[in-house]
Design a binder for this molecule. Sequence first.
Ligand code: ATP
Ligand code: MG
Length: 416
Amino acid sequence: MAEAPQPVRGTRDLIGEDQRRFAHVVDTARAVCGLYGFDEWQTPVFEETRVFSRTLGETSDVVTKEMYSFADRGGDSITLRPEGTAAICRALVSNGLTQSLPQKIFYAGPMFRYERPQKGRYRQFHQIGAELIGPAEPLADAEVIALGRDILAALGIADATVLELNTLGDLESRGAWREALIGYFREVAEGLSEESRARLERNPLRILDSKAASDQALVANAPRIDGYLTATAQAHWDGVRRGLDQFGVAYRVNPGIVRGLDYYSHTAFEFVTTSLGAQGTVLAGGRYDGLVAEMGGPPTPAIGWAGGIERLAMLLSSAPAQPAPVAVVPMGEASQAAAIGVLQSLRAAGLRAEQSWRGNLKRRMERANRIGAGWAVILGEDELSRGMAQVKRLATGEQAELALDRIAAYIAAQDH
Ligand code: ATP
Ligand code: MG
């Protein structure tokens, strides 16, 4: 026999409890985003490579080593999307929506990065995301962060995370800070990882996001943005924190939060948990005022975040269980047609209902227990001749004889 194919490294199948957790994260996020007035968008899973290559930053991890890029059969360079924000901005511009602001967008779907797979880190992973495009006000930053917090709260995991907050300032602040960082890291360059040394002149901010242990101590003593904020950047930063207080969102200022992609300015934040080891960031984002313009649109302020569905799903204590089904048990050929009628009436009443395909009463009752049925509807020939069936509550053994057309209403009423 041929060797059976396995899933590709870094990908996984979602089955049973895994899929229920996954769907619960997406459903909850979609519902809470709806409460904030966000509409869902879907963009393609692949884009022209340039949608990502320039905008995410030529020295970012994603662009330098993580993108799934290939030439398609027509010779065009295509990339499986590594993240959602650049694609949403591309869609905003392509669909002529840059004058219809604000746009409040929710999305959910697969992303692709060629990373070293480990717990909470995959090559095909999935994100939920929210983007608020248009407002430049710091209160918009606070509201988008509050939205993230409310999703974590609705999932029951807000207490398992801490919000870490930072500002990257505006272009002018960042320019001055960047020079200071280059000066500092040059002095200590010998202690830096090879990767960080290579980034020193091109993008020293990336060093602050380095995961290399040897860089950590040097990063801790690096100049902080605080000293370089312009008055405008300072006012925005103050406004965001005031807004968070008004929304009742707790945070911790962490000057080390710089985010892995280049398009961020002003606000940067991460909801972090300690319970997933090195893969502790579950939902993260920031302001990206320059991105829509880089995509060929007019200068357009925007703020958003993305959450890793796999990591959020791992934090859930459990997935919401499926309701216990009703098992419909026909006894013999003659009752099969009536069984289908009962099954369909149960489903029409919103009840989960199943029948098994073969076997005697004993076998079928065993199966009803195996699938965790709450009720069995037993269709015996005798009762059927009178238009009735036995309805049994499996947990207690209580049994009642009911007319076929009353069964669904009876069970629905008792179940609630
Ligand atoms: P990390 O520092 O963990 O690599 P990142 O900064 O690359 O994260 P973002 O691009 O901000 O992550 O993506 C937002 C969220 O998506 C992350 O906080 C994380 O929860 C999730 N995520 C990112 N990459 C992966 C991956 N390879 N597998 C699973 N989830 C991921
Ligand atoms: Mg990463």
